[in-house]
Design a binder for this molecule. Structure first.
Ligand SMILES: [Zn+2]
Length: 323
């Protein structure tokens, strides 16, 4: 039986919800908790909710905080992992230079570790998900934006300032659509869920017929589930836009393979609801464009942990940093 102090808590801080899980040494979730983020209440309120969530997850595992070795947190960034500070989070109102680690160490009286959410998601997939036992792996998460994480030699590669893995801002198309970062033609501006919705609305506005709406369609009203349904029904606008996005992701992966020659690419995030339409196109694009040898035996696979990737990755982070 595992030692009672072998528990860690993983917290996933998102723009709409906070998730926490009490996780044992085998990576099994023993208890969970969830709160709305409600970031308009300000950082101190959100930090309190995170602490409450951690306590509740531990209580639901029938344990007490004294059984917990450490707490890991995945949060939107940019953030300073060494100092435990979220520098700026566009989706959390008022989050500028928030000392997350210091605040939670004070309330929970446990060592707290902070890392950006996509790095945490990649860690989770590497240790507990699709990438178990893989030495060099790149995680790509396609959602509202596109983020990524890089594992080299079995370790998260953070780079000089902790910003390694900004795969969404890899520039794919010179003069392409404007990205949230200010550049043009970033992968995120071509293939994120936001870009997909924008392109579907634009195609309809330009006269293409689709089940997804008429010329007045607001892209922010498009739900992933509706797009997924349109794809299943063979809606030509949806299929074409998704295929183009998948091609852009494939080209991004070719670039990654040429730089890093990893063993595995893990594709996750909300847009993987369209995975059956994305993965084959991604694989075909890579096959067609990658240099000989570079792409041999590369595995391009869907993420396994789904909605738990954040809490499990944060738990992995806590355990690794305690070593
Ligand atoms: Zn960008």
């Amino acid at each position: 039986m595992a030692k009672s102090s072998d528990l860690v808590v993983g917290i996933d801080l998102g723009g709409t919800k906070i998730l926490a899980a009490a996780v044992d040494a085998q990576g099994k979730i023993l208890g969970r908790a969830k709160r709305s983020t409600d970031s308009e209440d300000g950082p101190p309120a959100v930090l309190n909710r995170m602490a409450d969530c951690a306590r509740e997850a531990v209580a639901r595992a029938d344990r007490s905080l004294s059984d917990v070795r450490a707490v890991g947190i995945g949060a939107p960034g940019p953030l300073d992992s060494d100092k435990g500070i979220v520098i700026f989070a566009p989706n959390l109102s008022g989050w500028k230079n928030v000392p997350v680690r210091a605040a939670l160490e004070k309330t929970l009286r446990k060592p707290v570790f902070l890392e950006n959410d996509v790095n945490v998601g990649t860690l989770g997939e590497h240790v507990l998900g699709a990438g178990k036992g893989i030495r060099d792996l790149v995680g790509i998460f396609v959602g509202t934006g596109i983020g990524g994480g890089v594992i080299l030699n079995g370790q998260l590669h953070r780079g000089l300032n902790g910003t390694a893995g900004e795969i969404g801002h890899m520039i794919i198309q010179i003069g392409g659509p404007r990205c949230g970062c200010g550049n043009r033609g970033c992968l995120e501006a071509l293939a994120s869920r936001t870009a997909i919705a924008r392109d579907i609305a634009a195609a309809i506005r330009n006269g293409k017929k689709s089940k997804l709406g008429g010329k007045d369609l607001d892209p922010s009203d498009l739900k992933s589930s509706d797009i997924a349904k349109a794809l299943e029904e063979g809606d030509r606008v949806a299929v074409k836009v998704i295929q183009r996005a998948a091609k852009a992701i494939g080209i991004g992966i070719v670039n990654i393979i040429h730089v890093l020659n990893p063993e595995m690419i893990v594709l996750g995030g909300g847009a993987m609801a369209f995975g059956d339409h994305i993965l084959p196109v991604v694989r075909k694009t890579v096959e067609k464009r990658v240099l000989p040898l570079a792409g041999d035996h590369i595995q391009i696979v869907p993420a396994k942990l789904a909605d738990d990737s954040g809490v499990l990755g944060a738990a992995v982070l806590a355990r690794q940093r305690m070593k």
